[in-house]
Design a binder for this molecule. Structure first.
Ligand SMILES: Cc1cc2nc3c(=O)[nH]c(=O)nc-3n(C[C@H](O)[C@H](O)[C@H](O)COP(=O)(O)OP(=O)(O)OC[C@H]3O[C@@H](n4cnc5c(N)ncnc54)[C@H](O)[C@@H]3O)c2cc1C
Length: 297
């Protein structure tokens, strides 16, 4: 089966369901990630993606999982790539390796400042913004390219209009589609979509959904991402603060309702932040019965 396919072409035919994984801290964790990927393959994802670590050996694991997913799971893959801690030449070399392995899709990101710092500073000879990385990729390679967007605004943005201006620049620099930061109130996605269209951004904007795995996890992630927790969800998180199993089951119901509404409103796909665990996303897709994405054993 030929899996060389650009996601922008998938988007013209269907509304993709996709899963995002992250590289483990040590090589011993790789088989576990691949096992989850194979389990979730039963739900026929249109593509999977693998995040790019903040540095060190996890970056090699990103490549390993990306290549393995293509080889053994025969599923389309989108490799994440950031501007953190690498020169343009080093990033170019990563792109060449991805290209040599037949990877067709990349999501171009800036990456976060290192822990404890609020300002992103590129290494000497590195890229400053995702827009610069995008331009480099489009000028030198044939990858299909995605970029990130933030329905509630990026945490460093002065305001939503400034943020939108840079999202538009990502699209002008070649982003075929956008994937959103997590959000728990669909209103932010609908508002962002409206502002994006009014601002001349016409590419598909795929909502990113993170099912609740535990109360503490959501509190931590939303502080980092700047996403609001709606009052009804906040109450449930308090209720299950010391009961992760119940929080996770509540999260399945919450995300099922969230995705159902997004899907019914015509969202061009859904990207699940899987966090390398199959339980929640399996249950959500069992609940939703999206055509082509129910369990195939
Ligand atoms: C779908 C998705 C996937 C992600 N995957 C990863 C991953 O694999 N690895 C990882 O480390 N992180 C990942 N992140 C997190 C991401 O790296 C951070 O959110 C980071 O802080 C911003 O990345 P960006 O690509 O949006 O940066 P940028 O687009 O560069 O934006 C960063 C800030 O600068 C502003 N800005 C943008 N362009 C310009 C410009 N040209 N001039 C001036 N200001 C500008 C923006 O408004 C924003 O405030 C992901 C986020 C999302 C939503």
């Amino acid at each position: 089966m030929d899996t060389r396919l650009k996601i922008k072409d998938i988007l013209t035919k269907t509304r993709p369901v996709s899963f995002e994984f992250f590289p483990p801290r040590t090589a011993e964790g790789i088989p576990g990630v691949l096992e989850t990927l194979h389990e979730l393959k039963a739900y026929c994802p249109d593509f999977v993606s693998v995040t790019y670590g903040a540095g060190g050996s996890t970056r090699a694991f990103t490549e390993e999982i990306t290549f393995e997913a293509k080889r053994t799971a025969a599923v389309e893959v989108m490799a994440h790539l950031t501007c953190v801690g690498q020169t343009k030449e080093e990033i170019h070399a990563v792109l060449e390796r991805l290209e040599a392995e037949g990877v067709e899709n990349v999501i171009a990101l800036r990456g976060d400042p290192p822990r404890g710092s609020t300002e992103f500073v590129p290494v000497e000879g590195g890229f400053q913004h995702a827009t610069d990385l995008l331009k480099h990729i489009k000028t030198n390679f044939k990858f299909g390219v995605a970029a990130a967007c933030y329905p509630e605004g990026h945490t460093e943005s002065v305001d939503l209009n400034a943020d939108l201006k840079y999202v538009k620049m990502k699209v002008d620099n070649g982003a075929d589609f956008l994937v959103t930061q997590l959000f728990y109130d669909n209103r932010f996605y609908y508002d962002f979509l409206e502002r994006a269209r009014a601002g001349g951004i016409d590419v598909p904007i795929i909502p990113g959904v993170l099912p609740v795995l535990s109360s503490a996890q959501v509190r931590r992630f939303t502080i980092l991402s700047g996403s609001e927790i709606p009052p009804d969800l906040s109450k449930l998180l308090d209720k299950y603060a010391d009961d992760d199993d119940s929080a996770r089951d509540m999260g399945v119901e919450y995300a099922s309702a969230q995705v159902r509404e997004l899907w019914d409103s015509g969202a061009p796909g859904v990207h699940f932040y899987v966090l390398n665990r199959s339980y929640s996303v399996s249950r959500i897709l069992d609940n939703l019965t999206i055509p082509g994405h129910h369990r195939q054993d």
